[in-house]
Design a protein around this ligand. Structure first.
Ligand SMILES: Nc1ncnc2c1ncn2[C@@H]1O[C@H](COP(=O)(O)OP(=O)(O)OP(=O)(O)O)[C@@H](O)[C@H]1O
Ligand SMILES: [Mg+2]
Length: 377
């Protein structure tokens, strides 16, 4: 087992900086997820760790050893790809054993290793089958097994579940989480799926445009997104964003925009220097907006809640939860996520409330969070 350290890693393809000065320390045994939209540099970063891409700058260390100049085969890490790349004419057993045979592992050890990996993944009964006789989930297990038998210092997984249907993805996601708990080997896992990132990662690296936007535990990033991109990327349904301005006024901060005029806690936010009003974007997660039957109409809240009046435009029943699209007056759609509720009607007026300490403010120009405690990027 070993920790992995990326120090100011850079990768340029031609004139394009694909990874820009990425520093990351993956602790021994830690599960770190790289998540971000297509093209943000996730796979390139993983391939750099594996030794499949040369660096433009920076260093990579594994287990305290600088491996920047080492060939992939000398790094003792195993990579699992999206396409399982199994040998079609070999049995599952031979697929698992192949890498060990290449390394001239004694036959008895191969048998022990293959049986151990098959047991870990619950594929003991499939060892005599050929890949075409397997389901997608079983093939993905064999693909993981091929990495496991090598007993690597670390696993690198690049979207290993994206070829599976939705239900199987969730099942295999749980299996990978459990597998990691059992073997305790460091893992770097690449996905564009925010739910996979939130559920699997001890820590998450949110990437965008070749840069790490924020690194932290899933809930830390969810609760205190460092910028508007991270706030919008993590969370489904997406955070509501309302453009406006904020100004200091009588010891309070007053936000105005999108038909909303509210005060927000002064201590929670730090305004950019200079006289106001500042262009900001107000952010509210859909689950933090609740229907408030008792709120008086009007927009400026009292006490610890902000109250808004709105009209129900659309209701989406999801079973356990209800999603509503509400209009606060200027045609703006606010997503409201609540426990299942059957008694709303499209066209009805409603009152919404959000706790003052739940709202976010982002600098509209830079996207940076104005939260006092916003983690540094
Ligand atoms: N060999 C290459 N030559 C030139 N550009 C490349 C090369 N490999 C990747 N890129 C570019 O680098 C950027 C990052 O690619 P990368 O594969 O790391 O993205 P990704 O985050 O894994 O995306 P996806 O979610 O689509 O897999 C992309 O814009 C891609 O077009
Ligand atoms: Mg990729």
């Amino acid at each position: 087992m070993a920790g992995i350290v990326l120090d100011r890693v850079k990768k340029r393809f031609g004139a394009v900086d694909v990874v820009e000065s990425l520093s990351l320390e993956v602790a021994d045994g830690e599960f770190v997820v790289l998540v971000g939209p297509s093209g943000c540099g996730k796979s390139t970063t993983l391939r750099i760790v594996a030794g499949l891409e040369d660096l433009t700058g920076g260093t990579v260390s594994i287990g305290g050893r600088d491996v920047t100049a080492l060939e992939p085969k000398d790094r003792n890490i195993a990579m699992v790809f999206q396409n399982y790349a199994l040998y079609p004419h070999k049995t599952v057993y031979e697929n698992l054993a192949f890498g060990l045979r290449l390394r001239k592992t004694p036959a008895e050890d191969i048998k022990t290793q293959v049986n151990w990996a098959a047991g870990m993944l619950g594929i003991e009964k499939l060892l005599d089958r050929k890949p075409r006789q397997l389901s997608g989930g079983q093939m993905q297990r064999v693909s993981l097994g091929r990495a496991l038998v090598r007993r690597p210092d670390a696993f690198l997984l690049d979207e290993p579940l994206s070829n599976l249907d939705a239900k199987l993805r969730v099942h295999m996601r749980e299996e990978i989480g459990l597998l990691h708990k059992r073997i305790g080997t460091s893992m770097i896992y690449v996905t564009h799926d925010q739910v996979e990132a939130m559920t699997l990662g001890d820590r998450i690296v949110v990437m965008h445009g070749g840069r790490a936007q924020q690194i932290g535990t899933p809930l830390n990033i969810y609760d205190e997104p460092a910028n508007r991109f991270v706030a919008g990327f993590l969370g489904a349904p997406e955070m509501n964003f309302i453009e406006g301005t904020v100004a200091a006024n009588d010891g309070t901060l007053r936000f105005s925009g999108g038909g909303i005029d509210v005060t927000v806690p002064t201590g929670r936010f730090v305004l950019p220097p200079g006289a106001g009003p500042h262009p900001v974007t107000l952010g509210i997660r859909p689950e933090h907006l609740r229907l408030d039957g008792h709120a008086a109409p009007g927009t400026v809240g009292i006490a610890d809640h902000i109250h808004l009046s709105a009209t129900v435009k659309l209701i989406e029943q999801m079973g356990a939860q209800t999603m509503m699209i509400c209009d606060t007056g200027d045609g703006r759609a606010l997503r409201v996520l609540s426990e299942r509720s059957d008694d709303h009607r499209v066209g009805a007026s409603c009152a919404l409330a959000v706790c003052r300490t739940r709202v976010h403010l982002f600098d509209t120009t830079t996207g940076t969070s104005l939260l006092n405690a916003a983690p540094l990027q």
